[in-house]
Write a protein that binds this ligand. Sequence first.
Ligand SMILES: *Cc1c(COP(=O)(O)O)cnc(C)c1O
Length: 400
Amino acid sequence: MIDPVLPTYNRVDLVFERGEGAWLFTKDGQRYLDFTAGIAVNVLGHAHPHLVAALTEQAGKVWHLSNVFRIEGAEKLAHRLVEATFADTMFFTNSGAEALECAIKMARKYHYANGAPERSRIVTFEGAFHGRTLATIAAGGNAKYLEGFGPALEGFDQVPYGDLEAVKAAIGPETGAILIEPVQGEGGVRSASWPFLRALRALCDEKGLLLVLDEVQCGVGRTGKFFAHEWAGITPDIMAVAKGIGGGFPVGACLAKEEAAKGMTAGTHGSTYGGNPLAMSVANAVLDVVLADGFLDQVQATTTRLRQRLAELKDRHPAVIAEVRGEGLLIGLRTLVPNGDLIAAMRAEHMLAPAAAENVVRLLPPLNIGEAEIDAAFTKLDAACARIETSLAASTGAAA
Ligand SMILES: *Cc1c(COP(=O)(O)O)cnc(C)c1O
């Protein structure tokens, strides 16, 4: 009999009752170190007092308002994000995929508004992940996610990640934009490299294309800057944001420069829930912390300390860990054993982390972890690797 919850996930059989910072607790009081963080969502960990206070205060006032009315929290958040980023304007959503849908529609509409409606095609990259809606699975191009869902949405031309010549070759008279994750998350924690992003920016300027960034996973402090593209010293024309911006409340946003947004006039796009008062109160509270003086410096310092320990881990377990990669606290451990084996061994040590493509285990801690969590992570990872070495030794012994 089918599970009443549509079985589209292979779920881990653990039920967590509450969380506190980087820790999750089961009903029977077992404690797990959470380096999944809802897939880079819980940037301030679980039950952060400032976020709890913001949400409960708003819950006693007004939960939901239609976007036909002004929403103060949305206006405030938008002003703050305009202040802190390249953007002049933005559309709020409930998820990353919806932020990307808005970005794709906006890119197409821009060229339409310029009298070039044929420029609807977008260059995308192999290994990309942009969400699970019909448009975003087409943009992502992952055959596994497209299979069986009928004709894929037209208009995406996919090239190898980081290959500038392939990008140039893919650009034709119908190309209107380039869409890229500065650091691929699901794709295996691969960094596009900052020179590559600069080259894409220059190419877009030369050809009149829009540069659209997907910072759903790598944004909101994850790499140690507010947004990852800041490391490259460039700005996009459009950017999709979600995950971390809500700290665990479903919030997304499509940010844009005024020129790129010029086709998105009244009536061209909408959302019932996008930018609702509850969501906006939490997102504003996330910004209170993430944009406070010193927070991102602290993320960079944490990155350095954690990466030192991970380098030590790799040296101690060369048969398990091939490479430590990524940017900031978007970290990938490429493993020499199946990544699922390391994830299972970590879980046995009460540490949680998600997988990624290319046989990678992702480490996505809350951004505000301290020395104690770094130590705990090292101890648990070290023990998990030792478990794997023991089973490797046992199987070699059995073979011999
Ligand atoms: C998670 C993710 C998305 C999709 O976000 P949802 O909230 O699941 O729709 C899009 N792009 C990237 C890079 C992501 O990591």
